[in-house]
Structure formats: structure tokens, C-alpha cells
Design a protein around this ligand. Sequence first.
Ligand SMILES: *Cc1c(COP(=O)(O)O)cnc(C)c1O
Ligand code: SF4
Length: 343
Amino acid sequence: MVNPAAHPALTGLDALEHAGLTDPARRAALDQVAAEFRVRISPAMAGVASTGVRAQFVPDVRELQVLSEELADPIGDDAHRPVPGLTHRYPDRAILHATQTCEVYCRFCFRRETVGETGTLAEAEFLQVLAYLRATPAVREVIFTGGDPLVLSARRLGSMLDRLEALGTLDLVRFHTRVPVVAPEKVSAALVAALDRALPVWVVLHVNHADELTGDAAAALRRLNRAGVPLLSQTVLLRGVNAEVGVLEHLFRTLIRHRVKPYYLHHPDLAKGTGHFRVTLAEGQEIMAALRGRLTGIAQPLYVLDIPGGHGKVPVGPGYLRCAGEGWVVTDPQGREHSYRDL
Ligand SMILES: *Cc1c(COP(=O)(O)O)cnc(C)c1O
Ligand code: SF4
């Protein structure tokens, strides 16, 4: 288990500077960054000295460069909010913003303007969510997100899940979280017991680099897996962190060894001050094309873009099929073209 004395949580710039992670000569500019976007590195991640991990959590003066196309709410969460704390964009599933707090504050986060120490969903608000779900049985899946929903206590989560299960309208509940990786000690016996229930609980792990998957993280994933929790992953494609074929291949192979199925590779969102992380769609497609054929299908995520303005997530290729006269041309994993005709 993580020994908290070995690596304390690093909260704020003084702690990062003391740990030698930021340059004191840049302090004035970094103070401006920290005034806009919170700074915190969990004990588990403070213990990993790799550039692929540090670049995700250590603030950078380039965050002060806000481009005109960058948006405060890049994926339009606020555009579909029937009651406080709930985003309902697709008919069959809704997102529950259970808390705004996280164990780490990722420098590229698309919710970076809203995450922070406050904003845990109040009980009265959760009752409104339950009333909405009762009146809207078309919602068959509740997706806990945040912030990071697994920072909540096992008792609170258990109480919320009991009442969601009692609705009788849900096929499953899903958690989007970084906790098993960035704070594996929080995947306690009590938390695992709260997730092990008749109503299926699925976990989508946010992980961007194989170096995040420490021995403690692997043990936390195993505890969840033993409790019957299906594990998927989502990864954000990030320049300076993972936007290379070899780095992603290693991540996806490591994930399947830990019984985690890569689900989505997200094209980076237009969050404020994240331009230095962004790659082009063409670069992302090239990486995905290189992985196809070289990596087992089980380890292949779907490359998706959340269309800015709240218009939804869609696969963005690369495409293997195009129209040609009466039929089609299909490209194989080696790039050779073949014709195909429908009967
Ligand atoms: C991403 C997202 C979901 C979940 O989409 P899946 O494709 O099912 O993973 C649901 N609602 C909103 C608003 C989303 O942004
Ligand atoms: S919401 Fe997720 S991506 Fe954003 S700061 Fe929190 S843990 Fe990182």
C-alpha cells in the first residue's frame, strides 16, 4: 500500500516547489496559473518520477496562453441540465456530477474551470435527481463523474447506489474515475463492498500513461475485478504525455494485463490554456492506424471527439471504407486497398 509518509500529497505551489517539481525563477507566472487552475498531486503520483506522469500534473506557464477557440464548458455539459448535478444529453443515460473534488488536478482537464474543493452534491439535490429519474424511466444508466466520484466516502456512495438500485429502472451504474490509479489506497474493502451489488457497477478508469499503473494501482484494480466490477479505460491523447504509437501500445497492453479493456481514446478538448497538449486529428488518426493490426483487438480503444458545444461524442477514424462508383474501397491494416461490392 501507498505509504503516505513516503510521499505526502502536494497541494499548492509551495509544496511542488519544495519537492523540486517547479522552477522558483518561474514562480510569479506559476502563481498566475495556480490562481486560475488548482494544483494538487496525490501521494501515489508524487512517487512516480516519469515525464509522462509529471507533465499531466505539474503546472506549466503555457497554461496562461488562452486561445480564442478555447471554451469554459468545452463539451457543453451545462446545455443539457434538467436538475442541478445531472447532465442528460442522450436518451438512455445521464451523467451525475457527484462532487467537483479530485485527488489530482490534471493540467488538461476539460472541467478545469469547475473542479475544486467545493461542490459535493447535496442530499437535497440528490433527491431531485432521484425524482427526475423516477419520472424519466428512459434513463437506464447513471454515470457518476465529477470531479472524481470515488473521492466520496463508501458510506455516501453506498447510500446513493442503494436508492438508484431501488428505482428499478437502471441496467447499470458507471463510474468515471482516476482514483484506483492516482489514489489506490482509497479502493478500500468498504468501497469495494459498496460497489459489489445486484445492480451492475462498471468502472471506467481514466489513465494516460503506463507509468501511472504502479503495483498499488494494479492491486486496487484486482480488488475491483474480484468484486465483479467490469473495468474499462479512457485515455486522453496528449502531446508530451502519450501521443506516440509506442507509448500508447505499451499503455493499452499494460491495461489488458490488468484486466482493463481500453474503451475510448479522447481527442483533447478545447479547455482553456491546454493548447500545448493538443495534437491534430490527423496525428491521432495516424497513431490509431498504426495500432490497428499491430495490437490485439481487445486492446484497441475507439478514437472519439466530443464535438464542441455539446453536440455529442463521435468516432473520428481513421476511416477504412470509402465509396467508389457502384461499390466500395476498403483499406486493410497495411494500407493496401481492396474493392468490395454489396450484393
Ligand atoms: C460522454 C458522455 C456520456 C457517455 O457516453 P458513452 O458513449 O456511453 O460513454 C453520456 N452523457 C454525456 C453528456 C457525455 O458527455
Ligand atoms: S475531473 Fe478527472 S481529468 Fe479533471 S482534474 Fe479531476 S481527475 Fe483530472
